[in-house]
Ligand binder design. Structure first.
Ligand SMILES: [Zn+2]
Ligand SMILES: [Zn+2]
Length: 64
């Protein structure tokens, strides 16, 4: 089994930018300047997929 992977994703619906979560990496999308999401703003559940659109824990949409 692989390690639990985490991603940072851009919250903009039309933007597909994603990077593997790295606490030292820039926290903003290089394409649109939005702050990247690496955990659910509501329940703090981690982002597990580079193309994840909803929180696995509470279902909150990540894309707006
Ligand atoms: Zn973006
Ligand atoms: Zn959540």
């Amino acid at each position: 089994m692989s390690e639990e992977q985490r991603w940072s994703i851009c919250p903009v619906e039309d933007c597909e930018f994603a990077q593997e979560f790295d606490p030292d990496a820039p926290a903003f999308c290089p394409d649109c300047g939005m702050e990247l999401i690496s955990q659910c703003p509501s329940c703090k559940g981690p982002v597990r997929l580079e193309n994840q659109v909803n929180c696995n824990e509470c279902g909150l949409p990540f894309k707006e």
